[in-house]
Design a protein around this ligand. Structure first.
Ligand code: SF4
Ligand code: SF4
Length: 83
């Protein structure tokens, strides 16, 4: 089984800059960021992106360490994900 998720943008995450503060997790309106179980070279957990980003930029503005870059798609994309 799978479902389609509308995705209007994406982000890149510089995980090695991340200090694991988790401010970005609740700041993401569609809730598509979650913390990793693996750790970066600083020994910190870091955010991972699931489908459904809107490219809103909230994570960019909340991150104290400028880990995010934001991209908005010209047209929304439907991404198939496991149900
Ligand atoms: S750009 Fe917006 S929707 Fe996308 S990951 Fe960041 S906060 Fe979430
Ligand atoms: S807000 Fe920035 S520093 Fe904090 S967990 Fe998210 S990416 Fe890492």
């Amino acid at each position: 089984m799978s479902r389609l998720v509308t995705t209007r943008g994406t982000v890149t995450i510089d995980v090695e800059r991340c200090k694991g503060c988790e401010l970005c997790i609740p700041a993401c309106p569609p809730g598509v960021l979650s913390m990793s179980t693996a750790r970066n070279d600083r020994g910190e957990l870091y955010p991972l992106l699931s489908p459904g980003c809107t490219g809103c930029g909230a994570c960019y503005y909340v991150c104290p360490d400028l880990c995010f870059a934001i991209y908005q798609y010209n047209k929304p994309q439907e991404i198939e994900v496991p149900a």
